[in-house]
Design a protein around this ligand. Structure first.
Ligand code: SF4
Length: 62
């Protein structure tokens, strides 16, 4: 069981709110967009989803 993280690049502004909110450093900002480089570490807490003002992130159990 894990968590599937999707970032809508068309909505992402790259402000890093998700990166700042994530307790386990899942995100890096690359090319101005959030990339979940450590998705395996995700806890499913949805702090990134709540932090994203652009509503660009979804986290679903897989
Ligand atoms: S759901 Fe929580 S642990 Fe997973 S990427 Fe978002 S902030 Fe990080």
């Amino acid at each position: 069981m894990g968590w599937d993280i999707k970032v809508d690049a068309a909505k992402c502004t790259g402000d890093g709110a998700c990166k700042d909110a994530c307790p386990v450093d899942v995100y890096e900002i690359k090319g101005g967009k959030a990339v979940p480089v450590n998705a395996d570490e995700c806890l499913g807490c949805e702090s990134c989803v709540e932090a994203c003002e652009a509503d660009a992130i979804t986290v679903t159990e897989e």
